[in-house]
Design a protein around this ligand. Structure first.
Ligand code: HEC
Ligand code: HEC
Ligand code: HEC
Ligand code: HEC
Ligand code: HEC
Ligand code: HEC
Length: 333
């Protein structure tokens, strides 16, 4: 009995010593893995906040934000279908599509791929047309894909798209509160007090949000390979700025998961992994992107590292950047 417990004690001591040695090696290689779900809280199972809408925000913020917001791609991502737009003109040209064209009232995307949509009879839902439009490089003309047998689909948008292409989706009904992406998606539920003390608004200069908070905000939509644990849907469950996205949103951060992606999605996922898994907090999306000015000028000042090679050659002028194609099974293009 005695020898047995002594033996167990020895095995335990050896095991601990082994673990410590292992940890030293890990630290030596600067490998600090952390659990992305370990901090903060979320809004899973809680009511969707009744937030202030963009029109109200812009009443006060018309000078600095109001001037660029009308052309911001986040704002235009779902927009009124202008009859003169090249996509609408192409749709009307084919006699078989004239009936569908007359029902289209919204357009989604359009830089690489454009979807036609109309509001459904249910509140906060959209129907998508099976016929899609692909612009050529100029963006001013393009072609229709699968123009035969046009069908309206009333389920897909709510079940597979809404959380990233509309604002404040109720996880139970999958209905959205607003088409396109309102201020709420990035700044959260901004209270009136913020006008006196800007610390109350996420992404305000004075708030000094942590890298993890910033990353959760952008990653809620820009990781197109994740899944909500609680709903099983490809978009987050009731995410609100300030939450830890990764308590409920499951993502493959392995090298294999990264290698499968195109350079655009890869530079996003790699940066997210660096922040939330490897604990490197010095570079976030905002080190390189200015969202309101839609500029990546800042990125030219960044220190060279391996991530530059998604778009630049390892040596030679940075004036050269690789061209790449972007596809996403989540977005069906
Ligand atoms: C996890 C969030 C997410 C989901 C879910 C999602 N999207 Fe997207 N989608 C995005 C993001 C982010 C972009 C912009 C990517 C970029 O430009 O690199 C995008 C881009 C697009 C574009 C191309 C815009 C353009 O012209 O370049 C289309 C079209 C699109 N999505 C349609 C859909 C449809 C249809 C669904 C549902 C079947 C869907 N998406 C589901 C996040 C999502
Ligand atoms: C896609 C995300 C996103 C959306 C949507 C968004 N913002 Fe911002 N906003 C940001 C980020 C990021 C910053 C911080 C800028 C920085 O630090 O680079 C910011 C900064 C600001 C600022 C501070 C001014 C400044 O130049 O730093 C104001 C005011 C603001 N946003 C208002 C709005 C309003 C009003 C809306 C809606 C009409 C809106 N934002 C929508 C991401 C967003
Ligand atoms: C009644 C007027 C008013 C409304 C409505 C309003 N704001 Fe503000 N907001 C202000 C004032 C005043 C400030 C502080 C001065 C400044 O920085 O512009 C401010 C500051 C901010 C900042 C921080 C700016 C910085 O320099 O860091 C953000 C972000 C912001 N507001 C976003 C929003 C968003 C998003 C909404 C809508 C949900 C909104 N505001 C609605 C008046 C308003
Ligand atoms: C609610 C979803 C959502 C959030 C939150 C969001 N984005 Fe986006 N973003 C999109 C979609 C969708 C598009 C593609 C819009 C289109 O072209 O139709 C996009 C486009 C972009 C683009 C390409 C636009 C361009 O001018 O080329 C950049 C860069 C970008 N987002 C950065 C960010 C950053 C940084 C954040 C965090 C501060 C953020 N986004 C937050 C959904 C989102
Ligand atoms: C090291 C700098 C850097 C970091 C960090 C970074 N980006 Fe980018 N990103 C860029 C540059 C540069 C481009 C290319 C812009 C262009 O094509 O004009 C780009 C392009 C994009 C695009 C458009 C891709 C396309 O072609 O459809 C999106 C969306 C985007 N970034 C989102 C993000 C998000 C979200 C994050 C944070 C998770 C992020 N980026 C982090 C530098 C960066
Ligand atoms: C997602 C693609 C992407 C990534 C990642 C990226 N770049 Fe760029 N880079 C571009 C594009 C597109 C341009 C041209 C537009 C611009 O300047 O924003 C560019 C331009 C530049 C320029 C200006 C070249 C000139 O003289 O005109 C520099 C410098 C630069 N990048 C450095 C970097 C560094 C350093 C990194 C890594 C930290 C990096 N880039 C990562 C796409 C990228």
């Amino acid at each position: 009995m005695r020898t047995e417990s002594l033996l167990r004690y020895c095995v335990l001591t050896l095991a601990i010593a082994g673990l410590l040695a292992g940890a030293r090696v890990m630290r030596g290689q600067d490998q600090r893995f952390r659990d992305p779900a370990a901090w903060g809280s979320d809004h899973v199972g809680k009511p969707v906040p009744e937030y202030t809408t963009g029109d109200e925000c812009l009443f006060c913020h018309r000078n600095e934000i109001g001037t660029t917001w009308p052309t911001n791609r986040h704002n235009l991502e779902l927009r009124k279908a202008e009859p003169e737009s090249p996509a609408m003109a192409d749709l009307r040209k084919l006699p078989a599509l004239q009936d569908s064209a007359s029902k289209v009232s919204l357009l989604l995307g359009g830089k690489r791929f454009l979807r036609f949509a109309k509001p459904s009879q249910d509140y906060g839902k959209l129907e998508l047309l099976s016929v899609v439009w692909k612009p050529d490089v100029s963006g001013k003309s393009g072609k229709l894909i699968s123009p035969d047998n046009p069908l309206w689909d009333a389920r897909t948008f709510a079940d597979q798209c809404a959380g990233c292409h509309a604002t404040a989706v109720d996880p139970k009904t999958r209905a959205f509160a607003n088409t396109s992406l309102d201020c709420f998606t990035c700044h959260g539920d901004v209270p009136p007090e913020h006008a006196k003390d800007t610390k109350f608004a996420y992404l305000a200069k004075k708030k000094h949000d942590s890298a993890q908070v910033i990353t959760s905000i952008c990653a809620q939509c820009h990781i197109r390979t994740g899944k909500s644990k609680s709903t099983g849907l490809p978009y987050p469950n009731n995410f609100v700025a300030g939450d830890n996205l990764f308590r409920d949103f499951q993502v493959d951060f392995t090298s294999e998961g990264l290698a499968r992606l195109n350079p655009a999605d890869r530079h996003v996922l790699e940066n997210v992994r660096d922040v939330v898994v490897l604990g490197k907090e010095d570079v976030t999306c905002l080190s390189c992107h200015d969202v309101h000015k839609q500029s990546t000028k800042k990125h030219r000042q960044m220190l060279e590292d391996a991530s530059c090679q998604h778009c630049h050659n390892p040596t030679g002028s940075k004036k050269v950047h690789k061209s790449y194609e972007v596809h996403s099974t989540t977005c069906q293009y």
